[in-house]
Design a protein around this ligand. Sequence first.
Ligand SMILES: Nc1ncnc2c1ncn2[C@@H]1O[C@H](COP(=O)(O)OP(=O)(O)OP(=O)(O)O)[C@@H](O)[C@H]1O
Ligand SMILES: [Mg+2]
Length: 369
Amino acid sequence: MFGKKPPAISPDDVRAVLDQIIDPEAGKGLVEAGFVKDVSVEGQKVRIGLTLPTPAWASRPELATKIPEQVAAAGDKLKVDIAWGSDVLRSRPEAAGEQNLVPGARNLILFASGKGGVGKSTVASNVAAALAQMGANVGLLDADVYGPSIPTMLGTHERPEVSGQKLVPVVSHGMKLMSIGFIVPPTEAMVWRGPMLAGALTQFMRDVEWGDLDYLIMDLPPGTGDVQLTLAQNVKVSGAVLVSTPQDVALADVRRGKAMFDKVGIQTLGVVENMAYFDCNNCGTRHNIFNSGGASRLADELGVPVVGEVPLETSTREAADQGRPEVLAHPDSSAAKAFNGIARTLATMLAKKAMSQPKQKASGLKIIQ
Ligand SMILES: Nc1ncnc2c1ncn2[C@@H]1O[C@H](COP(=O)(O)OP(=O)(O)OP(=O)(O)O)[C@@H](O)[C@H]1O
Ligand SMILES: [Mg+2]
């Protein structure tokens, strides 16, 4: 008679409500999509355990508002609590006998461009920081041996420690980092020849204690086919993202960049249009300094999507110079929103690819919040 109050709703009823919520990315109800791991009800408290294919799942923000709203509406004064988890799968499953120097990295994304100075390092470091902030295990490898930017952009010049035969990545802003800039003085690597460059890159993959990573992001040097070839032969690349500014001369380089990746069998996942526009605070107008819409025209021509448009912002450059990615320094800026969007788009694209393949061994559920 004085026992506990009966639950205000049954777990099965909660599941029924959850399956009515169609996840726009999976195209299915949340239960059918396999996202609902457990549901428990105690009095008016409903606890839902969700496991997403990536912490950066594109519809996660939408689900975070929709689920509490719809479940709460199914009963009287329900309090809804969501425990978010993720289980990131490999977008390219292991094949026997294939060389893979970083077996612990489940997804490996390259940021490249034919032309220098278009913002590869800025985009790569911000996308990496965005993924880490959303709860993923992230590594960032500076593959630019001649002009490493990662130590400056991530604000650390720590020397990596050696453990056994391996280098331990430097940890900064929640990511594992490796760069030639941590090891040799800036002028030294400049005189290395091609084979030494390939050797350094191979070492950064094979001889670094990367451990278990959801995403390994690689910031490539401009141009050259050597790096692309070394990567194609030694690791399982999920895909490449070409960074470009919108003017015609830069776009010609995107065409070349895609052709180079095609040649070595690496898929181009998309194009990022950087410095796409400038919103002037003084006059209140948008200026398309480097032209507009070029990347989307080109993306159509090449059959690859535009995965993001990043504005030209003084704060982005300042944050990079001060060693903090824009997504952490100014999370509400338009550029930060664009970087977060790119992170979500790429992670969701790779997760869908992984989900469409034969079932893999789970990577191990991780609680992300
Ligand atoms: N969206 C942006 N807004 C403002 N400044 C930017 C933006 N993107 C990049 N920059 C600035 O432009 C400069 C070049 O960017 P970055 O080093 O990322 O280019 P990169 O393509 O990696 O160059 P490299 O070819 O030399 O490796 C940097 O000073 C960076 O801070
Ligand atoms: Mg760079």
